[in-house]
Design a protein around this ligand. Structure first.
Ligand code: ATP
Ligand code: MN
Length: 532
C-alpha cells in the first residue's frame, strides 16, 4: 500500500465534456490538506486533521438518490421510494449541465479503486469541485500503486459538483441536490450537496448491484474484524448502531468499518480503504482507536472548534452527524490486505430507542433471516436530512437505501452462506436500557464491548439462556464483565407492565413491517419473528 502516491502526470477532462479546467491530478494528502486551507474551505485543528463544513447537507439525502432506468437496471432493480427511477435522457441533459458548470474551474481528479480482493477490483475516477471532497475520496477508496496508475482505466466515474444546483422543474430531480447512478454509463453524478458520504455510498450502491448480479458475491452493509486465530466477525447495522465503533477493537485486526463482500471462495473483503466515523461525544478514553486516528490526513466534518482550534466533540450545533474520514492505516491494528476468511460470528446491531430488545441474544437461523430482512433500528438523529428525533425504522438488509435489488435476493444469499459457514448469529441492542429514549439511557459501550468479546471468545456457549416472552429471543442469563441485571431488559425498567406494553407495541411494528415480505418467507423464517 502506498500512502501518499501522487503523480506528475497531467490529464485532460475534455473526454468528459469538462472544458478548459485547471486539473489537479492525484494530489497527495498533504497537498489537498494545504489546498483546502489556502482556499479557506477548511481549518487545521489542534489534532492535525483539517475540518470542513459540508454546507447545507450534513447527511445523505435518500429522497434525492436516483437510478437511471436503462437496459441493465430496468428488470433487475427493485423500483420504489428507495430506488427512484430517473429517465436516461434527463440524466444526459443534467450531466451536460454539470460538466458545463465544472468547465473552466479548478478541478481535483483522483484515480482509485474499490474492493480489496483483486478479483473484484473496480477502478474509479473521481472528479471533484473541491479539494477536501477529493481528499475524502483519497481517504475512503483504495490507492493504486504507481505502476497501477500507469495506464489506469476507470470503470466507474464519480462526478461530484456540490456547488451545482439543479432546477427540479427542468432537470427531473426532486430539488436542487441529487445523487444519480447510471449503470449503462457507469457514472455516479452528484450535485447540490457537499456531504461526502454521498460519494462513498454512491459506489457502495453500484457494487450492491454489480456484485450479486454479475459476480455471485454478497455485498453487505457491515463492518468486519479478525481475531488472533484468524476468526472473522462481521457487524451489520444501520447508521449509528455501532459498526465503526465496535469493529475498532484493539484485540482484533480491523478489516473495514462499513462495506464488505462475502465471496464464494469463503472470504470477506472490504470495499474501501478508509473509515468514516461518527465523532459526536467522541472521547479518547472510551474510543481511543478512533480518537487517535484523527491526525493529519484525516478530515473532520461539521465539528465546532474553540479559539485554540480544539475540537468540541460535544457541540452538535451544526449537526448531530459530525464525522471524520481517515485512511484505514490510521487505526493501529489492521488486517492487510483487508480480507478475512468466512465469518464465525455475525452480529446484527440495532439501536432500539424503545429499550425493549435485549442487549445480547442468540438467534436461530430462522430468527437470523427474519431480523436481517426486517433490519430494525430506531433512527438516531443525524445521518439523514430531516431526522432530529429517534424514529423506529425498518430497513431491509440493514441497508435498504443502498440496495438496488429486492431485499430477499440478499437475504437468500446470506442465509445460504450462513448455513454453509455454520456461523453464530447474535442480535445486539446498542440502544436504550432502563426505559425508552427520554427515560432510559444508552447501553454502556463497555458493556456492549464485553458482550461481544464474550460471544467471540465462546464464553456464552455454556451459559443458560431464557427466552424473551414476546420476541422469542434467547437471552444469556450471565455474561462475563456485564452486570447480570442488564441482560434482561424487563429487569432494567421501573415498571414491568410498561415494559410489556412497549414490547407489544414494538412486536406489532415488526409484524406490520414484515407483512410486505411474508410472501417470500418460509415457515422457518416466519417462526423467527415475534412469538407474541
Ligand atoms: P454509519 O453507518 O452511519 O457509519 P455506524 O453503525 O458505523 O454508523 P457508529 O459510527 O459506530 O455507527 O456510531 C455509534 C455511535 O453510538 C457512536 O457515536 C458511539 O460512541 C455511540 N454509542 C453509544 N453507546 C454505544 C454502544 N453501547 N455501542 C455502540 N455504540 C455506542
Ligand atoms: Mn460507520
Amino acid at each position: 500500500m502506498t500512502n501518499n502516491t501522487f503523480s506528475t502526470k497531467t490529464i485532460s477532462l475534455n473526454q468528459y465534456g469538462i472544458k478548459d479546467a485547471k486539473v489537479h491530478y492525484q494530489l497527495s494528502s498533504d497537498q489537498l490538506h494545504e489546498e483546502t486551507i489556502n482556499k479557506k474551505q477548511g481549518i487545521e485543528t489542534s489534532l492535525g486533521a483539517i475540518t470542513v463544513n459540508t454546507g447545507e447537507f450534513t447527511g445523505r439525502s435518500p429522497k434525492d438518490r436516483f437510478i437511471v432506468k436503462d437496459s441493465i437496471t430496468e428488470d433487475k432493480v427493485w423500483w420504489g421510494d428507495i430506488n427512484i427511477p430517473f429517465e436516461p435522457a434527463a440524466f444526459d441533459a443534467l450531466y451536460d449541465k454539470v460538466v458545463d458548470y465544472l468547465s473552466e474551474k479548478e478541478i481535483y481528479v483522483r484515480d482509485a479503486y474499490a474492493c480489496a480482493d483483486k478479483n473484484y477490483k473496480l477502478n474509479i475516477r473521481v472528479i471533484n469541485e473541491y479539494p477536501w471532497s477529493n481528499m475524502f475520496a483519497y481517504n475512503m477508496f483504495l490507492r493504486p500503486t504507481e505502476a497501477e496508475l500507469d495506464g489506469f482505466e476507470e470503470e466507474w466515474l464519480v462526478v461530484n459538483a456540490p456547488g451545482f444546483m439543479a432546477n427540479p422543474e427542468v432537470d427531473g430531480t426532486r430539488q436542487h441536490n441529487f445523487a444519480i447512478l447510471n449503470f449503462e454509463k457507469k457514472i455516479a453524478l452528484i450535485g447540490g450537496t457537499g456531504y461526502t458520504g454521498e460519494i462513498k455510498k454512491g459506489i457502495f450502491s453500484a457494487l450492491n448491484f454489480v456484485l450479486p448480479v454479475f459476480k455471485n458475491t454478497l455485498p453487505m452493509h457491515c463492518s468486519a474484524n479478525v481475531g488472533k486465530d484468524g476468526d472473522t466477525a462481521i457487524f451489520f447495522g444501520l447508521s449509528g448502531t455501532g459498526k465503526t465503533t465496535l469493529s475498532a477493537d484493539p484485540e482484533r485486526k480491523l478489516i473495514g468499518d462499513d462495506e464488505h463482500g462475502w465471496t464464494n471462495e469463503n472470504t470477506v473483503f472490504n470495499f474501501e480503504g478508509g473509515c468514516y466515523a461518527k465523532v459526536i461525544d467522541l472521547s479518547e478514553d472510551k474510543e481511543p482507536e478512533i480518537y487517535h486516528a484523527i491526525k493529519k490526513g484525516a478530515i473532520l466534518e461539521n465539528v465546532v472548534l474553540d479559539e485554540n482550534k480544539n475540537v468540541d466533540f460535544a457541540d452538535t450545533s451544526i449537526t448531530q452527524n459530525t464525522r471524520v474520514s481517515y485512511p484505514i492505516y490510521h487505526i493501529d491494528n489492521i488486517q492487510v490486505p483487508s480480507i478475512g476468511k468466512n465469518p464465525k460470528n455475525i452480529f446484527f446491531l440495532t439501536a432500539d430507542a424503545f429499550g425493549v430488545l435485549p442487549p445480547i441474544s442468540k438467534l436461530t437461523p430462522g430468527q437470523a433471516a427474519y431480523h436481517f430482512i426486517s433490519g430494525y433500528t430506531a433512527k438516531v438523529a443525524g445521518t439523514e436530512a430531516g431526522i432530529t428525533e429517534p424514529v423506529p425504522s425498518f430497513s431491509a438488509c440493514f441497508g435498504a437505501p443502498f440496495m438496488p435489488l429486492h431485499p430477499t435476493k440478499y437475504a437468500e444469499m446470506l442465509s445460504n452462506k450462513m448455513q454453509e459457514a455454520d456461523v453464530n448469529v447474535w442480535l445486539i441492542n446498542t440502544g436504550w436500557t432502563g426505559g425508552p429514549y427520554g427515560t432510559g439511557s444508552r447501553m454502556k459501550l463497555k458493556y456492549t464491548r464485553a458482550m461481544i468479546t464474550a460471544a467471540l471468545e465462546g464464553k456464552l456457549n455454556d451459559v443458560d439462556f431464557h427466552t424473551h416472552p414476546i420476541f422469542g429471543l434467547a437471552m444469556p442469563k450471565a455474561c462475563p464483565n456485564v452486570p447480570t441485571e442488564v441482560l434482561n431488559p424487563i429487569d432494567t425498567w421501573e415498571n414491568a407492565a410498561n415494559y410489556n406494553a412497549k414490547a407489544a407495541e414494538l412486536s406489532n411494528s415488526f409484524k406490520k413491517n414484515f407483512a410486505q415480505f411474508s410472501a417470500y418467507a418460509n415457515e422457518e423464517i416466519m417462526n423467527g419473528g415475534p412469538i407474541n
